[in-house]
Ligand binder design. Sequence first.
Ligand code: AQP
Length: 351
Amino acid sequence: MTDAVQTPHVGQTKFAPRVFSGIQPSGGLTLGNYLGALKRFVEMQDQGMEAIYCIVDLHAITTWQDPERLRQQTREAAAAFIAAGVDPKRSILFNQSQVSAHAELAWVFNCVTRLGWMNRMTQFKDKTAGKNAENASLGLYAYPSLMAADILLYHATHVPVGEDQKQHVELTRDIAAKFNHDYKVDFFPMTLPVIEGAATRVMSLRDGSKKMSKSDPSDQSRINLTDDADTIAAKIRKARTDAEVLPDLPEGLKDRPEAKNLVNIYAALSGKSVEEVLAEFAGQGFGAFKPALADLAVAVMSPITSEMQRLMADPAEIDRILGDGADRADAIAQPILARTLDIVGMIRSRR
Ligand code: AQP
């Protein structure tokens, strides 16, 4: 993890390493969220980095959410973080809307961000593809500006994310640079994305060209962190593949997106390289590979699923953890927001 040891400088200002990342409670979390994000969150925490992890409920409402389900999904996401290994004593874990500074800084960034930058964001294009973009919410369009606020509100230097969020972290750097330039300050860091591991882009089990996503209408396209062992095995058994055997080298997976996806998932779950997985399974068909993958997925996911169930039995305790995390996050955020408002010229005279 080369990036994590660097300490970004902006002008004369040196920023201490601090990790920030978030996940939307816009549905139940998936194997993609686990391998692309949660697993990395835990590793960075365990490397001793100061880490702030956020369940980004303000982002979730950029598409309509049933209010009761949103609350349920937020608690379930918190349970998933903890079950995957995020320790709410060592790291800060909270839901975004409890720290109002996120929305306040986002407004300042809405005034820094250029429309041309927003128009280049591929996630907005992907999420409105095939739909009437005129009907999308303004919040969905402005999503990356709120994400920049989430990160920069804590002067975070490192953001572990899946491949799909890389462009948004790059935009965060553009916003930080323009703010620093426009106001002649060295106030916001140039945050680095941390995109590592064999599964930074887990694909749908039904279509190897589409990302596995919690909001995909097909439940068969994803493995949910709440799926039981039989469901996981059945979804892997039915996953789309081709009729060929597995090759002995990664180049042999070129133009075989579904096969590549399953091999990547196996590698990420086992902690092996793609080369090692292929050395084990070269020449074998999916009749042999899928059951092995299903056994591995169940072995890794089942302890997380059962710990989530245990935690979900006590929603008041989850709310207490989120409240405690929000207090600690707010204590870091408020001075940074206050200084930002001071820099842009707002009077701050309330006592
Ligand atoms: N398929 C994926 N492979 C690898 N990483 C992934 N992530 C999401 N899907 C995959 C990573 O998970 C983190 C949280 O993502 P998010 O929930 O904030 O938003 P998203 O990227 O839009 O995820 P979804 O599941 O596709 O949500 P919906 O369907 O609500 O839009 C991020 O670090 C992301 O990279």
